[in-house]
Structure formats: structure tokens, C-alpha cells
Design a protein around this ligand. Structure first.
Ligand code: FAD
Length: 575
């Protein structure tokens, strides 16, 4: 037998053996391709060829507590944005941090001979494919159930959770101890790892900073497969890199989140303005005060005369006769939404405090609406909307959302043009707008914000109606977003995208500005092969035929791996 045929023979034998092994395993446990429960991190010693079926077999041979699946990849091929369909090769359902570390080490071991990349997937609530890994491995973080949610009371209470845990579960559990995280997102069915990779911004962020401000410690599996515990004092470079790091530096497997005493109830108030300056002045006034509301947000109402009637089901007007006389006459309105937390025994002092704060504001007097609801009901409010939309088949539609961070100095110019000239209605989804205080936000994280102490989050959150034309059509909504972005660029408003998405290296560099070098250096340090979160389209994995020896040499000499940028990535296929 010649050398080539001998190799072929061995490969075929290997394949036959693996095939039999696979059948045995699959026949015992349907849906699972690996059931070993050894804790040690192991990688096959020999490199498979770059042939997809060999790569597949090499994944199957990993010694895991959880399992790998191949047949259900379509379940993780899309995200909430619902515009791209990029199936991975495999899904890892991890049971432990060791499973994740094993997978990463294995892919590092394959080096640049394979084009396997890895995306941790929270709940896939990204908008433009950020949690997808085309022909790579998606790690389904919700399978990682350890640690259980563990609460520590005391002077500085905190909770330890898995990176795949969703915030609503954390809230339910901490409330049993009278405690709660401090900073939220508007929707709680998002994962800890997913929001900490972005920022986690909501109406509490002016007071407590975003969610990335309220983390004491993280456990990370880096792009090299190392398991590292980090905090502000320990491995701080990794800690700050990962917070707001768009999944580029490591996978968050555990987080320690700070807690505060939870209130039982909230007073939830909405008032309207027709003058943007008065609205934003009041918002800024409220976020600058020490004694103020616990939550400050706001939204824009363009051409929605129906809205006040809709509120009546959940909000009561302060004066119903006056409220019924109010006519918006198709004007653009700005709604200030504020909340004060309270316990039932503090109801009267809370009423006095809110009354005083409201008396200092300049809203249209007949438009004061309020409601009192349990704290958990307020925080989980978007889930109620989700259930209604799901029932109508309007949840799993394309979501061409656009989130912007706009410096205070530009907000008036932005609002004047965008809310009066570019948008003619917001029938297809809410537009949120509220300011935050950057001075309360931690520096050194990877999050990029405008360079002013006060900036606004403006979120356009439309749903496209499939097979529609006109203003609910996806193409129309995307063009509208583009018009907003073009205006921001032409008027030089120094706007930054939140949940950013760019196509070219130039755009990413301009997003990061002076901090690009640090971001790229951190990538080099923690994920030198650019394996992680390919769907962000910032770096592309280098695939050449580098042998393991060459790889080891390049690591030993510290010679940098080459980066490729989003500009040369294939464009995602539109659904
Ligand atoms: P995914 O979409 O699954 O992942 C997001 C990114 O993080 C991906 O790149 C992924 O690879 C990476 N990632 C996921 N898990 C990990 C991990 N454990 N370790 C490392 N990287 C990981 N955001 C706000 O800030 N404020 C809001 O008020 C808000 N409201 C929202 C409301 C709705 C209805 C929706 C759909 C989204 C909202 N978001 C909000 C956006 C949300 O923060 C992002 O969608 C975010 O991506 C979280 O979603 P996810 O947990 O499903 O993460």
C-alpha cells in the first residue's frame, strides 16, 4: 500500500469507527451526540483535515458534560432582527464552563486550518446577526445552568448567576430575598451575557449607570480557552474589555451582580409636551437632581391621535375632564415617563415627593396620567406587549431597529430635523428618547459613548410587516434609518451607534475613534485567532494553512496574527 492510499485507508477506518460510535450513542440518547461527563478539558491530539465532515467528527469526539447537535442548526440561524439567515455547523449545549473551554481550546488547536468561529448565543435578541456564526459553532448559553442563582445578603448584597441566565429569572429569585438588581433593560427576557456584552441601558442608567456598571466579578472563557475570574482589582484589563466588548474577548460564563433593597410598588407617571426644548430641559433637570425619580425615560409620538385613548386601560388621568379636552391635532408630542419606587407604608410621603417634583416641570397640565403597579409588573412591562404581538403573529417579523447615543449639544438639532422632517409617523413602533449622566458611568469598559457628560439614548424600534408596502415595509424603514444616519453625518452631530453595526473597517475605526488601537490590542491579547463573535463583523478569523508548529512559533515569538476587517467579510444573506 502506498503512503497516500495508506492514509486514505486510515481516514476511512477512522470514519467507519466514528460512524459506528455515533450510531451507538445516538441510538441510546436521541438528539445528543456526546454524553460523557468527565470534567477534564480535553482536545483530540491529531488535527483533522479541513474537510467539513472531519471537522464535524472532531467536534463529536470532544469530551463534554453537555452535548453537540447538528440537526437543529436552523434554530439558531436567525435573530430578533429577523433579516439574516446564517446557520452554524453545530450547536454546543454546554453543561459546564469546562465544555465551553474544551470547545474553545479545540478550535484554537485546529488553528487557522479551520474556519470555525464561535458565537455565544444568549436569547438571540440581536438585530443584525451579531449572535450568529455562519458554519461555525453557536454556544447556546441558556443550557449552562450552573451556577444556580445564588444570592448573598449583607451590606453589599449581590447575586451570582450563569452568563446564560435571563434577567426576569434573576428578578424573581432576588425578590424572594427583598432584593433586586439596580440597573435594567426595558425587556427582561435578555441574557446576562448578552446585555453585559453591550451595556444594558434603561431608565435607571442615569442613576446607577448601565448594567455593565453594576457587576462585581465575572468568569470568562477567553478566545484561547482559558477560564479566568476577573474584577476591577483582579485581571482588570479582561474585566473592562469584556464589559461592552461585543463578545470579542471572551464568553461570560458567570457574573456577580450588585443588588439593592427592592420596592414593592412603583408610581408610574406619564406627561406630555408639545415643545421639545421644554421636554428635554425637564428630563435633564430630573436626571441632575439628587432627590428625584428612580426611572426617567421618554418617547416621541408622531401623528398618533389614538394614543391617549389607548392609555386609559392602564393609566388614569389626573383630571379626566381636562384630559378629555386635550387634542393633539396631529402635532408631534413628547412623553416624559417617570417612576417612583415605594413600599405601601410610604405611599403618602411618596405622593408628596412626586407631587413636588411634578410641580417643577413644564408639561401640558391636562396630560398628567399615572398608575400604581407592583415593581415586577413595571419592570416586565415589555413582555406583556410581546405576548400581545406574538398572538397576532407580529413578534417574529423583521425589526430594522436603530439605536443612537446623541450628545446633549446635538439633541435639539437632531430632534428638529428627525421628528419633524424625516419621520412622518411612528405607527410601526416606539421611538424612545432619554438622557443619561456619563459622570456616573464607569470608564475603561469597551462601550463607546459620545464625548459629553450628558447624552441621549434615542431608539427607533419599528416592526416591518411582511408582504406589506408603504410605511410598514422593511425597505422603506431601512431607507428611513439611512436618512437619519445621513443627516447625523452631514450635520456632524458626533452620534454613536448603540448595539453598533457596521460594514467596513473605516466605519468601525471611526466608531471607536482613539480607542480603536486599545480594542484591537485587547483582541490580540484575548482572542488572537479572532474566533469569537464573528457576527459583529469587526474581525475576521485568519484562515491559512498554518501548521500547529507554525502556530506555536507565532505564539512563542508573539508575532501578531493578521486581522481582517468587516469590509472583506461576505455579506450576510437576507432572509
Ligand atoms: P444575543 O443577541 O444572543 O447576543 C448578543 C451578543 O453578545 C452577540 O454578539 C453574542 O455573541 C454575545 N454574547 C451573548 N452571550 C454572551 C456571553 N455569555 N458572553 C459573551 N458574549 C455573549 N438593550 C438595552 O440596552 N436596553 C434595552 O432597554 C433593551 N431593550 C430591548 C428590548 C427588546 C424587545 C429586545 C429584543 C432587545 C432589547 N435590547 C435592549 C437589546 C439587547 O440588549 C440586545 O439584544 C442584546 O443582544 C441582548 O440579547 P441576548 O441576551 O439575546 O443576546
Amino acid at each position: 500500500m502506498g503512503l497516500t492510499s495508506s492514509l486514505r485507508f486510515h481516514r476511512q477506518n477512522n470514519k467507519t469507527f466514528l460512524g459506528i460510535f455515533m450510531i451507538l450513542v445516538l441510538s441510546c440518547i436521541p438528539g445528543r451526540t456526546n454524553l460523557c461527563s468527565n470534567h477534564s478539558v480535553s482536545t483530540p491530539k491529531e488535527l483533522p483535515s479541513s474537510n467539513p465532515s472531519d471537522i464535524r467528527s472532531s467536534l463529536v469526539s470532544l469530551d463534554l458534560e453537555g452535548y453537540i447537535s447538528f440537526d437543529d442548526v436552523h434554530n439558531v440561524a436567525k435573530d430578533f432582527g429577523n433579516r439574516y439567515q446564517l446557520p452554524p455547523l453545530a450547536i454546543l449545549h454546554p453543561r459546564s464552563v469546562f465544555d465551553i473551554s474544551s470547545m474553545m481550546k479545540h478550535i484554537v488547536h485546529l488553528g487557522s486550518t479551520s474556519n470555525l468561529t464561535v458565537a455565544a448565543r444568549g436569547h438571540g435578541h440581536s438585530l443584525q446577526g451579531q449572535a450568529l456564526a455562519h458554519q461555525g459553532v453557536v454556544i447556546k448559553m441558556e443550557s449552562l445552568r450552573s451556577p444556580d442563582i445564588r444570592i448573598y445578603k449583607g451590606k453589599q448584597p449581590y447575586v451570582d448567576v450563569s452568563g446564560g441566565e435571563i434577567w426576569i429569572n434573576i428578578l424573581r429569585e432576588t425578590l424572594k430575598y427583598g432584593l433586586s438588581p439596580k440597573s435594567w433593560t426595558d425587556y427582561l427576557h435578555l441574557t446576562v451575557g448578552g446585555t453585559l456584552s453591550n451595556a444594558g441601558i434603561s431608565g435607571q442608567a442615569f442613576k446607577h449607570g448601565p448594567q455593565i456598571n453594576n457587576v462585581y466579578q465575572l468568569e470568562i472563557v477567553t478566545g484561547k480557552g482559558e477560564v479566568v475570574t476577573c474584577s476591577e482589582k483582579r485581571n482588570s484589563e479582561l474585566f473592562f474589555s469584556v464589559l461592552g466588548g461585543l463578545g470579542q474577548f471572551g464568553i461570560i460564563t458567570r457574573a456577580r451582580i450588585s443588588l439593592e433593597p427592592a420596592p414593592h410598588m412603583v408610581k408610574w407617571i406619564r406627561v406630555l409636551y408639545s415643545d421639545f426644548s421644554a421636554f428635554s430641559r425637564d428630563q435633564e433637570y430630573l436626571i441632575s437632581k439628587e432627590k428625584t425619580f428612580d426611572y426617567v425615560e421618554g418617547f416621541v409620538i408622531i401623528n398618533r391621535t389614538d394614543l391617549l385613548n389607548n392609555w386609559r386601560s392602564s393609566f388614569s388621568p389626573n383630571d379626566s375632564t381636562q384630559a378629555s379636552r386635550f387634542k393633539s391635532d396631529g402635532k408631534t408630542l413628547y412623553c416624559l415617563e417617570v417612576v417612583k419606587y415605594f413600599n405601601p407604608e410610604e405611599a403618602s410621603s411618596m405622593d408628596q415627593e412626586t407631587g413636588k417634583l411634578l410641580s417643577e416641570l413644564n408639561y401640558i397640565p391636562s396630560t398628567l396620567f399615572s398608575s400604581e403597579v407592583p415593581y415586577i409588573e413595571f419592570l416586565d412591562r415589555v413582555h406583556i406587549a410581546e405576548r400581545k404581538l406574538r398572538a397576532k403573529g407580529l413578534w417574529e417579523v423583521p425589526h430594522p431597529w436603530l439605536n443612537l447615543l446623541i450628545p446633549k449639544s446635538s439633541i435639539y438639532q437632531f430632534a428638529t430635523e428627525v421628528f419633524n422632517n424625516i419621520l412622518t409617523s411612528n405607527n410601526n413602533g416606539p421611538i424612545l428618547i432619554y438622557p443619561v449622566n456619563q459622570s456616573k458611568w464607569k470608564k475603561h469598559t469597551s462601550l463607546i459613548t459620545p464625548n459629553e457628560d450628558i447624552f441621549y439614548l434615542v431608539a427607533f424600534l419599528p416592526s416591518a410587516v411582511p408582504n406589506s408596502s408603504g410605511k410598514n415595509d422593511l425597505e422603506y424603514l431601512l431607507k428611513q434609518n439611512q436618512r437619519v444616519m445621513n443627516f447625523c453625518a452631514a450635520a456632524n452631530l458626533n452620534v454613536k451607534q448603540y448595539l453598533p453595526h457596521y460594514e467596513t473597517q473605516k466605519e468601525w475605526k471611526s466608531h471607536f475613534g482613539k480607542r480603536w488601537e486599545t480594542f484591537a490590542q485587547r483582541k490580540q491579547a484575548y482572542d488572537p485567532l479572532a474566533i469569537l463573535a464573528p457576527g459583529q463583523r469587526i474581525f475576521q478569523k485568519t484562515t491559512g494553512k498554518l501548521s500547529p508548529i507554525q502556530l506555536a512559533k507565532s505564539k512563542a515569538t508573539g508575532s501578531p496574527q493578521r486581522y481582517h476587517y468587516a469590509s472583506i467579510l461576505p455579506k450576510p444573506r437576507t432572509v
